[in-house]
Ligand binder design. Sequence first.
Ligand code: ZN
Length: 194
Amino acid sequence: MSQIKDFVAIGDLLGVVEEFIPGSGTYEANGRIYAMFSGFKRIDRQRLEVSVQPVKKKEIIVPQVGDSVIAEVVFARKQSALLRIFKIRNHFLFDTYDGILHVSNMSSNYLANVDDGFKPTDIVRAKVMSKNEFEYELTTKFPEYGVIYAECSNCGTVLVREGNDLKCNLCAYPNPRKFAKDYGHVRERIENLQ
Ligand SMILES: [Zn+2]
């Protein structure tokens, strides 16, 4: 999960051996690690390994500010949620991107906590507001944005829309969500590639 992507050219310095293990697509000279070819620099923070992932032109699709993206909720805290972006416009992505959604950007109605509107594994349509080095900032403030697929937090049954609420027809457990206006009529494919 903690991978940082960055486009590098052949021969670019990626790091030093005191920092990282040289991984695939790299070579080492005098304790320095270089890119063997152009591609995405990838850092595995757990293994402390740096590598270069070759890129096919078709795969260089990254979220841009203003894009509508489809993402899965990884976790929801009080003030923010981490979402994994896996689809942009009509393209399923080869790799996923991290998006952060702050509670103030969740809904035009006041919500005290992010988990009043999102739960882990929910699939969300969101808009990219901004981008920094590591992640994208997302918003679901508008009616067309929000949860487009959700399962009951208690029993896993797919939730169905009833008026302004989502309901579990099996166990009736309360499932508050900030859902998109077309919930239940979403045409776009939302299955993750994984
Ligand atoms: Zn249920």
